[in-house]
Each structure stands twice: as structure tokens, then as C-alpha cells.
Design a protein around this ligand. Structure first.
Ligand SMILES: [Mn+2]
Length: 598
């Protein structure tokens, strides 16, 4: 049974029980916080650690932890990660995994496909959070595994593991919604501690983004200070942000001069593209076989780039482990299994996951603009109950009345006296007050319209799996209509990638960064155009505003009230109605009454 027919009673006299779950096939979320006894398990040395099995199932059922337990995991993981070198040495056999991006339910599938940690090591290449709605669950689960298997479980830093991107995209908002600012701050501290590269069996260089013109020897990474925000240039930034050039391995056929190694990365708005030549030189210089990196969505979940001339092995392998990325890319995910000097790729598809409204809104907040628009529309409709002609008509009648001298003053003065207004100034003030009220209603309608557009566009690329249930819930068909339209317009991986291109960029850095996020070279940040159509939400586009403040209703109201150009119709209407005279006329316009008696 679908929700729409359930709530409407589907005409069979069925009255839903509001105390029971209407859609029983959707399991009830776990609403209780785990007790210490449930949360902790003991390892073989009798040390208490968060239970992997309990957390896995609890998170799967959308359960949350106490702030204390969440902080326990993040802080203990931070301590452990801080002790690791910038470049971790990993021994095979190992399963190498690319971007996860908050897709917890797909991460569970990844571990099904990858196999248990008892007979297998894991190396993750970063980007655990942002975009998907389950970033904190991914992070807490991965950190818990790190606590249990510190030497068999390696987590590298991705470009999203930083303050700037998590504020711009979804992770900060998610933390504030599900946990607290304290938990978010602890996560930011843990990001600083994540190592930035790994060397598998001394043969494979593993990193989130790729190479840098500042990277000659592997020792350049060892000497790096990684405990800082990456900024928009420099070695740390490049390791996390760079990409192989488009047409990598075939550059000369596309007009890239021979000998080119690094070019400005236009897709990202920072860092570099590295060429096949740059990759081959780097591998030769350091006696390596290949580069394994994540950072770019792939239709098949992976891509093997051109082989090196000397070792006949793919110079670069890109691996991406978030299937059906953002619910619209239609891509498969992949992990790379390296064992006995052999590489095997395992692919998997997306798993179903619970739906979140844009920006973690609840249904009431989300639908408020729809309700608001309707109410203000009704108010305006009541005020506009007489037509333009009728108003013109009564205007001229009034003027005629005014021309006639009246012993008792004109009709307006009569009206005014009943309202206790004695002087023409009082009447003028009263008129202005009424006019202002009507204008305010009109502008509130615009505010709600904007909020509604906001709620619709805030969906990023996220599609509505429950789209069909929308109209039945009366939440306003147009919002879900937009989401359906997004679904209709994105048919395949290429469509999604093109639409989402701007979100792959480094968002412009704040003009005056806080001390904790000062990049290594302050003042040298190039101006980066802010992408507009598909970035997370309008509130994030407002410079200097905290993106986690929600829908910024206050800001919208102020903007709308300052905006004098629009809403002329409302103003004209307000003029007309207010200038009819006393307050009672507003709810019972004179025009209508007179017209009605004709
Ligand atoms: Mn990335």
C-alpha cells in the first residue's frame, strides 16, 4: 500500500491508525541511544572498544549514538591517526577503496564484496563525507574499524576531509542535525590527523587526487606538515585535488605540447592536471609500478589509464566506490583487490537507503513555504476581491462625492470619525498604515515563494525516491515535480557528471579565514567563481552567511522588503484599498458592496 492512498483513506472507508506505521515494509528507525553495555565490546586483551557489529546494525537502522560515544570514537581514532606517518606503508593482500561520500548503505555492500578484515587489509583513499546524507555514520564506522585493526585498516585524507568543504557541502549540517557542533569540531580535528598517502608493497603510490609539481621524491611527502587545512595551493592541496589530464595518455593528439607535465586544473579551480609524461617520470624516478587514486566518479567504478612503456602496468588507476553517486550518476562502484602481485577489480551496484529531505529538513520545515505561499495568496485574493474596473469606478464616484460640498464633511471624514481619526494627518497616517500592511502581505508571499524555490533547488542532484507519495501528502506537487524533472533530465552517467561539474570545484575560500583555517600562503588565493545552479542551497550562496543556519528566512525577508522594484501589483492594490478610507473597508471593500446592489 502506498502512503498516499493510506493517508487519504483510499475511499474504502479505511481509517488509518495514526499510532501504527503505515508502511510496514519500511523498518522503524532505531530511536534509542546505545547504553555503555551495548556500545562497548572487549577485544582479545580485555580492552573495551566500540562494538563493530552493534554499530553496523544500529547505524543501518538509522540509530544514533550519545554525543559521548561519538566523541569517544572520533577522539580515539584521532589519537591513533596522529601517530601515523604522512605516507603509510601497507602490505598486501589489500583491498583498495575509492570515494564513499556519505553512502553508508553502499559502504556496507563494499565490505560484503571486499570480505572480512580477518583475512584482508583495507586501504581507503579518502572522501568519506559530504554529498551523501550518511557521512557521520560512514566516518564513525570506519574509525571504529581503525580502532580494532590499526595496522590492517588504513584511512587516507580526501579533499572533502577539511573544514571548508564540509561547511560548503553537507557534512557540517549533517553533524549539527544528528549530533552537535562538538562532534563536528572533533571530526575536523580528526581530518587533520589523516595520513595523505600510502605505499602498497613498495610498488603502488596511493593518494586521493594525485601528483604535484612539488612532488619529486616520496621523501617530499614525508617532510610535509599535514596537520593543517589544505588551502588552495601547495603539495598538500595537490595530493588531495589533482587529476590526470583529460585524454591522459593521448595528450599529443589533443594539442598538448610534448614535454608538458602539469597544467592548471580548470575543473577544480585549483591544483593541476598531470599528464601521462608526468606520471611516467614520477614512477621511474621513484621505482614504482603505478598510481592508485580516487577523486573522480567513474561509470564502471574504475578506469585503468595508459600503461607505462617500461613496466607495462597502468600508470594511473582511478577507483570510485560510491555506486549511483548522489542517487543520479547511474555508475557502478568498484574496489581493487591486490593479492599475490595480482590486481582484481570487484564491482557492485547501489543499495537502497533511507530518504532525507534537502538539508536534513523535517517535513514541517520543508512544507512551511508551501503553506505560507497558499495563505498569503488567499489573503491577497481576499484583498483583491474587487476588480480593477470596479476600483476605477468607485474612485470616480468618490471624486464626484468629494466635489459635492457636504455639511458633515465628505464620506471619508464620516468614516474617519467612527475610527477616532480627527485630522487629515491622522487619516493620511491611517491610510499609510493600511497600505503598509497590505504591502507586507504581498511581500510575505514573495518570501514564501523564495523559500519554496529554495526548498526545491536545495535538493542538489538528490532525487526523490518517495516522489510518488508527495502529492498525496499535500506537500505541494511542484517541489517533488522539480525533483522528478531532475530525474528525467539525467539519463546517464555523462548527463549527471556534466550537471554536477561545478560541485567538483573548490568553492571560493572565505575572504578572511579564521586562524584555524589559514592556508599556507594567505592572500594568494586566486579568485574562484562561485558555481551557481547546482550548489547545495541558496543559503550557502549568501556570502558571509553560515551555511548551517538553515533557510535564512530572516535574510530573505530583509532582502524582499528592501527590494522595491518587484511586487508593483501588490503596491498598486494596496494603494487602492488603503485609499478607500477606514479599516473596515479592507475586509469588506466598498466596491464590492456597491457593485452588489446594482
Ligand atoms: Mn575528491
Amino acid at each position: 500500500m502506498d502512503l498516499a492512498s493510506a493517508t487519504n483513506g483510499n475511499g474504502n472507508g479505511f481509517v488509518p491508525n495514526t499510532r501504527e506505521r503505515l508502511v510496514k515494509s519500511v523498518p522503524q528507525p532505531a530511536i534509542h541511544r546505545l547504553s555503555d553495555a551495548e556500545f562497548f565490546a572487549t577485544d582479545e586483551h580485555g580492552t573495551a572498544k566500540p562494538s563493530v557489529r552493534v554499530l553496523r546494525d544500529h547505524f543501518f537502522r538509522e540509530g544514533r549514538l550519545t554525543e559521548e560515544h561519538a566523541l569517544y570514537i572520533v577522539e580515539h581514532a584521532t589519537k591513533l591517526l596522529s601517530q601515523e606517518p604522512n605516507m603509510v606503508e601497507v602490505q598486501g593482500p589489500v583491498t583498495i577503496c575509492g570515494d564513499i561520500h556519505g553512502q553508508y548503505y553502499d559502504l556496507m555492500k563494499l565490505f560484503d564484496v571486499g570480505g572480512p578484515l580477518t583475512d584482508n587489509s583495507y586501504l581507503f583513499l579518502g572522501d568519506y563525507v559530504d554529498r551523501g546524507c550518511f557521512g557521520i555514520e560512514c566516518l564513525l564506522y570506519l574509525y571504529t574499524l581503525k580502532l580494532w585493526f590499526p595496522h590492517k585498516f588504513t584511512l587516507l585524507r580526501g579533499n572533502h576531509e577539511c573544514r571548508h568543504l564540509t561547511e560548503y557541502f553537507t557534512f557540517k549540517r549533517e553533524c549539527l542535525h544528528k549530533y552537535s557542533l562538538r562532534v563536528y569540531e572533533a571530526c575536523c580535528q580528526s581530518f587533520l590527523a589523516l595520513p595523505v598517502a600510502a605505499l602498497v608493497d613498495g610498488r603502488f603510490f596511493c593518494v586521493h587526487g594525485g601528483l604535484s609539481p612539488e612532488l619529486f621524491q616520496l621523501s617530499d611527502i614525508i617532510n610535509l606538515n599535514r596537520f593543517t587545512e589544505p588551502g588552495s595551493r601547495g603539495l598538500l592541496c595537490d595530493l588531495l585535488w589533482s587529476d590526470p589530464i583529460v585524454n591522459f595518455g593521448h595528450e599529443d593528439e589533443h594539442g598538448v605540447p610534448k614535454g608538458t607535465t602539469f597544467l592548471h586544473n580548470q575543473t577544480r579551480g585549483c591544483s593541476f592536471y598531470y599528464t601521462y609524461e608526468a606520471a611516467c617520470q614520477f614512477l621511474e624516478r621513484n621505482g614504482l609500478l603505478g598510481i592508485v587514486r580516487g577523486h573522480e566518479a567513474q561509470d564502471a567504478g574504475y578506469v585503468m589509464h595508459r600503461k607505462t612503456p617500461t613496466k607495462k602496468f597502468p600508470s594511473v588507476i582511478t577507483i570510485f566506490s560510491a555506486p549511483n553517486y548522489l542517487d543520479v550518476y547511474h555508475n557502478r562502484a568498484a574496489i581493487l583487490k591486490y593479492a599475490n602481485k595480482n590486481i582484481t577489480i570487484r564491482q557492485y551496484n547501489a543499495s537502497p537507503h533511507p530518504y532525507w529531505l534537502p538539508n536534513f529538513q523535517n517535513a514541517f520545515t520543508w512544507s512551511l513555504p508551501f503553506v505560507g505561499t497558499k495563505i498569503t495568496e488567499m489573503l491577497l485574493a481576499i484583498l483583491a476581491i474587487c476588480s480593477e474596473e470596479e476600483l476605477e469606478d468607485t474612485d470616480s464616484e468618490d471624486e464626484k462625492e468629494k466635489e459635492k460640498p457636504d455639511a458633515d464633511g465628505d464620506s471619508e471624514m464620516r468614516n474617519a470619525r467612527t475610527l477616532g481619526l480627527s485630522t487629515p494627518e491622522d487619516i493620511a497616517r491611517r491610510r499609510q498604515e493600511i497600505k503598509n500592511k497590505i504591502i507586507a502581505v504581498g511581500r510575505m508571499q514573495r518570501v514564501f515563494q523564495l523559500l519554496r524555490e529554495e526548498a526545491e533547488s536545495a535538493s542538489e542532484l538528490v532525487d526523490a525516491e518517495v516522489g510518488e507519495a508527495g502529492p498525496g501528502l499535500g506537500l505541494g506537487p511542484s517541489a517533488l515535480g522539480v525533483q522528478r524533472q531532475v530525474r528525467q533530465n539525467i539519463h546517464n552517467f555523462e548527463d549527471a557528471r556534466r550537471s554536477d561539474m561545478l560541485n567538483e570545484r573548490l568553492p571560493s575560500l572565505p575572504p578572511s579565514p579564521s586562524p584555524s583555517s589559514v592556508p599556507s600562503t594567505p592572500g594568494s588565493i586566486p579568485p574562484i567563481p562561485v558555481p551557481s545552479p547546482l550548489i547545495p542551497s541558496l543559503s550557502m550562496r549568501i556570502p558571509g552567511r553560515d551555511p548551517t543556519e538553515g533557510l535564512n528566512m530572516e535574510y530573505l525577508i530583509r532582502q524582499t522588503l528592501e527590494d522595491s522594484g518587484a511586487g508593483e501589483d501588490v503596491e498598486r492594490l494596496a494603494d487602492r484599498i488603503a485609499f478607500r478610507g477606514g479599516g473596515t473597508r479592507v475586509t469588506r471593500p466598498a466596491g464590492l458592496k456597491r457593485h452588489g446592489t446594482v
